[in-house]
Design a protein around this ligand. Structure first.
Ligand code: SF4
Length: 158
């Protein structure tokens, strides 16, 4: 136990469960009032595959309080999406990522060449995704301002 921190493992397990139930990382972050990068860090750990052991208490409590059943899940199409976190991480590894990362929310410190490679890989996945139209409508309506949705980098559109 570290002051103002709690064990990260149960929080990570809760996030993974919420994702299984259909929430995106952005939705979880928004519902918990934490930075989206914090959700990514919990899931993928520090560079070099070093897992997060402890996480800040108040954010952890808010994440644990996120209940998928109390949030309007108006997007059953997500069950058919081609971009599960697992898929995105596997593809990133195939494209040469040294550690698991989410192609659709890539780290900001990537060199331009690698960033472009990952971007193209994500767009290719979107191109063959059966629910791209629903995804595009969903991202535009919220609007999403981070990540790649339906082949479009939403940061570039804001
Ligand atoms: S269009 Fe792309 S971002 Fe949207 S659900 Fe499909 S794979 Fe995911």
């Amino acid at each position: 136990m570290i002051a103002d921190k709690v064990e990260a493992a149960p929080v990570r397990a809760h996030v993974e469960r919420l994702i299984e139930l259909g929430m995106t990382k952005a939705e979880i972050a928004r519902a918990a009032g934490v930075n989206r990068g914090r959700i990514t860090l919990l899931l993928t750990g520090y560079p070099g595959n070093r897992e997060v052991d402890y996480t800040e208490t108040s954010g952890a409590e808010r994440i644990m309080a996120v209940d998928c059943s109390t949030i309007e899940l108006e997007s059953p199409w997500k069950a058919q999406a081609s971009c599960s976190t697992e898929t995105a991480q596997i593809i990133a590894t195939q494209y040469g990522a040294a550690e698991p990362l989410d192609l659709f929310y890539p780290p900001t410190e990537l060199d331009p060449e690698t960033a472009e490679l990952y971007h193209l890989a994500a767009v290719a996945l979107c191109d063959s995704c059966p629910v791209a139209a629903q995804c595009d409508d969903y991202a535009a309506a919220r609007p999403e301002t981070f990540g790649i949705w339906a082949g479009v980098d939403r940061q570039e559109t804001t």
